[in-house]
Design a protein around this ligand. Structure first.
Ligand SMILES: [Zn+2]
Length: 278
């Protein structure tokens, strides 16, 4: 997919993986209604829908910034290994070109390429020059020993914990400006320290939403919070508010888990919120 320019910021989506999503697992309470109401979003005879895992390379204020790092190279249960290394290469971007890695949150499909295993099978940071920007509340929540040691959280040990003593983490707290164009927007619910990234540059606006929404069906049903949401009531509120903000001011909407193209606008049509690709 091509890059888009918002003011003085270039945004390039880079697909790590396109996976199949089972609404009965992802949205158990709403799956029957979802399958009945959105048959055109079913892309597999087993009644599965698509879920992209997309990272973004931003060029802003002279820096090359990677937002989220996908599933990573390791095979994990329920997921294929990611391809971000290849899609970066195809776009002419080397790991050493990345100045900053920014995490919207610390889930398994957002931290994967932080590290790769070396010859001894030990995790090594994949981006040799990058500093890692992480929200302090998000770090505090996931890096408690009981979370790190929880079955299914091996990604924390492999992809997040190795950053601890690297001297390369920069912590932020909520809605702080990141540079002259980028600002964190607190969008809690999916995880406690989840943030979106607001782009405000030369009179243009966009929002890179992270996991505020996983699926365009949520435009009609913002209360359909998926299983991984830590606080499904808060996430539903956050989702509804961000949809409305985007529909109200026309900011560009960048949603890495949505079907391609993942960049467009939310508009109101006949009283409904609708996604229009750029
Ligand atoms: Zn995600």
């Amino acid at each position: 997919m091509d890059s888009v320019t918002i003011g003085n910021v270039e945004v390039r989506p880079l697909l790590d993986a396109a996976v199949l999503m089972d609404p009965r697992i992802m949205f158990p309470k709403y799956a029957d209604q979802m399958l009945a109401e959105y048959p055109d979003l079913i892309i597999d005879e087993r009644q599965l829908m698509g879920l992209n895992i997309t990272s973004f390379v931003l060029r802003s204020a002279g820096q090359t910034i990677l937002v989220d790092t996908g599933l990573g190279p390791r095979k994990r249960s329920g997921f294929p290994p990611g391809n971000l290394n290849k899609t970066m290469q195809d776009s002419g971007i080397a790991p050493e070109d990345i100045d900053v890695v920014v995490h919207t949150h610390l889930h398994i499909d957002h931290v994967g390429w932080n590290t790769v295993d070396n010859d001894k099978g030990e995790p090594e940071i994949f981006f040799p020059r990058a500093r890692f920007v992480i929200q302090q509340p998000e770090w505090n929540y996931w890096m408690q020993p009981e979370k790190v040691n929880e079955p299914g959280n091996e990604h924390l040990k492999q992809c997040v914990e190795p950053l601890t003593d690297s001297g390369r983490i920069q912590f932020f707290n909520g809605e702080e400006a990141f540079d002259e164009n980028l600002t964190f927007i607190a969008t809690p619910g999916h995880t406690p320290g989840h943030v979106s990234i607001g782009i405000y540059s030369a009179g243009e606006r966009a929002v890179l939403i992270g996991d505020v929404s996983h699926h365009p069906a949520q435009l009609d049903h913002p209360d359909w919070s998926p299983n991984p949401d830590v606080d499904p009531v808060q996430s539903a509120r956050t989702r509804d508010e961000l949809f409305n903000a985007a529909a109200d001011d026309g900011r560009i909407w960048i949603a890495g888990h949505w079907p391609e193209p993942v960049i467009g606008r939310i508009v109101r049509l006949d009283g409904k919120r609708v996604f229009r690709a750029l």
